[in-house]
Ligand binder design. Sequence first.
Ligand code: S3P
Length: 168
Amino acid sequence: MKIFLIGFMGCGKSTLGRKLATKLGYDFIDLDHQIEMLAGMPIGEFFAAKGEPAFRVFESKTLKEFNYPDNCVVATGGGAPCYFDNMQWINENGLSVYIEMPPTALAKRLEGGKDKRPLLKDMNEDELIAFIAAKLEERNPFYQQANQIVNGISLTPDALRVLVLSDV
Ligand code: S3P
C-alpha cells in the first residue's frame, strides 16, 4: 500500500511519516527531498532561480514519475495536491491522509523554520497567520478530497498507524 500524507507546511507530514513508515515496516519517501535531488538544488533556490510555476510542474512530474516501492509512506509538499490533477492522481494510486491543523498552530510550528520555506520567508507572526489562513482556504477543496482526514494536534505515529490500517 502507498500512503500519501498531505497537508499544510508544518503539519508534521515528514516527521510523522518517517515514524509511521518505521512502525509499518514500509519505506519512507519525502517528495521535497526527491525534488531537491533531481533538480540538484534546494527548493528555496529552485523558487528563486525558476519561479513557482516551474516548481509546480517539476513537483507534479516528480510525484507521478517516482518509482515507488509497493509499500511506502510518502510525505508530499504542502502544495503538491493542489495543482494540476495531482490530488486525483494521489487518490488513484494510494491512500491519502490529510493532517489537518488550524492556522495559529501551524504558524507556531513554522515560526522557526521560515528560511527553508520560500513561501514564508520575511513574514512576521501576524502576516504568517493571515497567509496560512488564506492559503488553507484556497487549498481546502483539494485537501478535503483525502480518503482520511485527521486532526494533527497531538497526533502520534501510533494513532496514525491505527487509522491507516483501518483502511486496508
Ligand atoms: C510548499 C511546501 C513545501 C515545499 C515548497 C512549497 C507549499 O513543502 O514543497 O516550499 O506550497 O506549501 P512542506 O509542506 O514539506 O514544507
